[in-house]
Design a protein around this ligand. Structure first.
Ligand SMILES: C[S@@+](CC[C@H](N)C(=O)[O-])C[C@H]1O[C@@H](n2cnc3c(N)ncnc32)[C@H](O)[C@@H]1O
Length: 375
């Protein structure tokens, strides 16, 4: 594949968030974004792969589809995998790993046997090492067999894109950075107002909001698997990093939590993200929360929920207190919330609008809620 060839790029996110990722992708100049289950596909080249990895806040992975062939049995898979032009995308020095998804509708339905054939073919044809695990591989191939078609994609991201590089310290149940950003977008957040999270944990909402306000590039502090591919052009990638324009933000981002330790984590995380000059973290319980001076904005929160933390009765009381605080002190602000339990959400008695779709977050289904401006 030459630098200029176009191919399908599948940009993944958590189930239930695809429409919000689609909206984000449409703001960039990507070609032909199509909303699918589990993500959005675009048509593009390696430049688009780099940009999607570095620029998108809502994505979890960027998969580049590099080719396909038909195979009806393992010997054929072996033969055709050996003929596949792997050398165009990868070179000898890289360690590789393959992941195969197949099912009983295909003649080749045993994923493990397919993985073994494909990895051996790449290793013997290119001379690359087979890594011990996916996490230690330089390059991971994601292979789907559909209707006896072996579809080959490369994971060009490596670590999930929600790992921005700033959140080294977390409390219990931190929200993933890409979910936090998409939740902010769901609440109509564009960076032009302050944000307050009264149960901020490791500070994810606050840091993502401050980054959006400054228009910081989400992938500025991390590595990507695309750097291990033959198509990688350091100078050109650097050009697209430099082309990105930051903004000045005149707003403050308030993170509050009753737990002193997690507040300290938030402060450290905000320093690593380089937004500590516009964020303000303090340890305080929701019962003592008061409206900050200055312009109105968005309160966004991910209170404790589910069986992971806290007991149910206390949780109802906590959500009620939160709702009362919002209604009594935050007129002119909007509220956004993530929680797994609709009964808890409704106990805030806030006029909540739900995104309807359940979002997969670890093993748990969570929901997004927002309000209009509070009276
Ligand atoms: C699910 S965690 C929030 C995670 C956070 N969104 C993150 O990304 O790290 C819920 C947080 O609520 C805080 N919390 C629980 N009860 C509280 C209260 N009464 N006042 C303030 N914070 C409280 C907990 O300390 C915990 O950090």
């Amino acid at each position: 594949m030459k630098q200029t060839d176009k191919f399908e790029i599948f940009i993944t996110t958590q189930l239930g968030l695809e429409h919000l990722l689609h909206d984000e992708i449409k703001k960039f100049e990507f070609t032909n974004p199509v909303l699918l289950v589990g993500g959005v596909s675009i048509t593009g080249d390696w430049v688009d792969v780099w940009k999607a990895n570095m620029y998108l806040r809502g994505a979890t992975k960027v998969l580049a589809r590099i080719g396909e062939f038909r195979a009806f049995h393992l010997a054929q898979l072996d033969k055709r995998a050996r003929k596949f032009p792997w050398h165009i995308t990868i070179s000898k020095g890289m360690s590789i790993k393959a992941e195969v998804v197949t099912n009983r509708k295909n003649k080749i339905y045993h994923a493990g046997a397919a993985v073994e054939r494909i990895e051996r073919a790449i290793s013997e044809e290119i001379g690359s090492k087979i890594a011990g695990s996916v996490s230690s591989a330089d390059i991971v191939f994601k292979i789907r067999i559909i209707d006896n078609n072996v579809i080959i994609s490369i994971d060009t991201s490596g670590d999930g894109l929600y790992k921005r590089g700033y959140k080294l310290a977390t409390g219990k149940a931190p929200i993933r950075e890409n979910i936090a950003s998409l939740a902010l977008y769901y609440c109509g957040y564009t960076g032009n107002e302050p944000v307050l999270d009264p149960m901020c944990g490791s500070g994810t909402f606050i840091i993502e909001a401050a980054e959006i306000s400054r228009n910081l590039m989400p992938g500025r502090n991390r590595k990507f698997s695309f750097q291990n591919l033959n198509s990688y052009d350091e100078k050109l990638v650097d050009y697209f990093v430099k082309k990105w324009e930051n903004k000045i933000s005149e707003f403050t981002f308030f993170g509050i939590d009753r737990n002193h330790n997690v507040v300290e984590h938030s402060i450290q995380n905000s320093k690593r993200a380089g937004i500590d000059d516009i964020s303000n973290f303090k340890a305080q319980s929701i019962e003592k929360l008061s409206r900050p001076k200055g312009p109105e904005g968005l309160v966004i929160v991910n209170p404790p929920y589910g069986s992971r933390i806290g007991k149910k009765k206390d949780l109802f009381s906590l959500y009620r207190t939160f709702g009362e605080k919002m209604k009594n002190e935050f007129s002119g602000w909007r509220v956004g919330m993530i929680t797994s339990d609709n009964a808890l959400a409704q106990s805030t008695k806030l006029p909540l609008i739900s995104s309807e779709l359940a979002i997969s977050n670890g093993g748990l289904k969570i929901h997004l809620y927002r309000t209009e401006t509070l009276a």
